[in-house]
Design a protein. Structure first.
Length: 421
């Protein structure tokens, strides 16, 4: 499993590097206000994609090892189209945005949702290498398209970002569809079986995905708070600090995703969980090291890299650092409860975090600005993870020594990563 995690982590590192390039390009070429517009659009798209996951999402990984791909794909596609287009129209009614914004929001959300459905189905069939290639290709296409638009074409507009997304998500979607067609699953199925599969998918998705929706509200409520209590320029600076800090999560997320796939396919869940504990401890060590390195980056470097407006992102990083580490540690516990179908525990943990972040943002953003938003996020992560890890320890009957890294893990990592090098 550690070998698979390292392979997946390498792909995620490459994807994170490409995503960083997108953040850098939009910050340098569009400024803080333009970067704020991009962040708000990405947040809206992500929210619609998560709503689409109420019939689909990560539950596809859980169900597809035992179900026909096409019985799951059709209802997921139908719901995804309804949410993407209807949700974009609703955003247009609730916020003062242009018609062009609404149309781009609906179209980009739709193609992103369709791609995510395809890659989740492939990942559920343990096509991990294909999953890594597709997600890396998507990030690469977006970065290259923006580099061409902002560079040779001199198209310094938010519209360039919209059209780059069509290429970045559309081409991998076509490729992934072709790969699904090569699977041995029979296409023809009785209508009654399709209805039963759709009901099962919706039932599992509601429990599994509610936590993701709550987590999204937890992670991004501060964005909307900053937009309404400050402005899009402040949001642009906040988004750069958050993007750099949350990039560290590619370490625990890589481990969590591989462990989730292994857990849902394992006949003995408890044995699989205990076998994965070393990987979880090493992941926490690596996350702590990455947080420490990021915290030492001086504000002057941020100014040199992103532009003179973004030096304030250093304060965001410092305020977020504790929460990034704490939440990274909690991802392994969340994976266990999702993989064993105990979605209610994840949902309660996220609700607890949301109950902290909403009042904290309303209290801290007006006097402290974007640093207050970052402090609110850290407090939220701490509250949710404390509850989650406590339940995790009791569920698997583990001690703190089983969960937290010790000197034995440091020695193991040193011997294999440093001495062998």
């Amino acid at each position: 499993m550690i070998k698979r995690i390292l392979q997946h982590f390498a792909a995620r590192v490459l994807t994170a590097g490409l995503s960083f390039a997108v953040v850098w390009l939009t910050a340098r070429c569009l400024g803080a206000a333009g970067r704020g517009q991009v962040s708000l659009f990405v947040t809206d798209v992500s929210g619609l994609a998560l709503l689409a996951g109420l019939v689909g999402g990560s539950s596809l990984i859980y169900l597809v090892p035992r179900r026909n791909v096409w019985l799951l794909l059709l209802p997921a596609y139908g719901w995804g189209a309804l949410v993407s287009l209807g949700g974009a129209a609703l955003v247009g009614l609730l916020r003062p945005v242009s018609t062009a914004y609404v149309l781009h929001l609906g179209a980009v959300a739709l193609v992103q949702v369709l791609l995510s459905i395809n890659v989740f189905l492939l990942l559920g069939r343990q096509r991990e290498r294909t999953y890594n290639v597709l997600t890396t290709t998507q990030a690469g296409l977006l970065a290259v398209a923006l580099a061409v638009a902002f560079g040779p074409l001199r198209w310094l507009s938010i519209d360039a970002y919209y059209y780059a997304n069509y290429l970045a998500y559309g081409l991998p979607w076509l490729i992934s569809t072709a790969l699904l067609l090569r699977l041995p699953d029979a296409w023809g199925s009785r209508r009654i079986r399709r209805r039963a599969a759709a009901r099962e998918l919706a039932r599992h998705s509601r429990g599994a995905h509610l936590s993701n929706l709550l987590a999204f509200a937890n992670y991004r409520f501060s964005y909307y708070a900053v937009v309404y209590l400050a402005d899009t320029r402040a949001l642009g600076i906040l988004s750069v600090g958050v993007a750099l800090a949350e990039a560290i999560w590619l370490i625990p997320r890589s481990t969590a995703l591989i462990q989730y796939v292994a857990l849902v396919n394992a006949p003995d869940k408890r044995e699989q969980t205990h076998a994965a504990l070393r990987g979880s401890r090493l992941t926490l060590l690596a996350t702590a090291a990455a947080v420490l390195v990021l915290a030492t980056v001086p504000a002057g470097w941020l100014v040199a890299i992103f532009g003179p407006e973004f030096g304030a992102a250093h304060g965001v990083i410092m305020a977020l650092a504790p929460g990034i580490l704490i939440n990274g540690g909690g991802m392994q516990a969340s994976t266990y409860f999702a993989g064993t179908g105990q979605y209610g525990i994840n949902n309660r943990a996220t609700l607890l975090g949301l109950a902290v972040t909403v009042p904290a943002c309303l209290l801290l953003v007006p006097p402290l600005g974007i640093v207050g938003a970052a402090l609110s996020m850290s407090a939220s992560y701490a509250a949710g993870v404390l509850y989650l890890v406590g339940r995790y320890r009791r569920a698997i009957e583990a001690t703190w020594a089983d969960i937290l890294p010790g000197w034995a893990d440091v020695r193991w990592l040193w011997q294999r990563m440093v001495l062998r090098a």
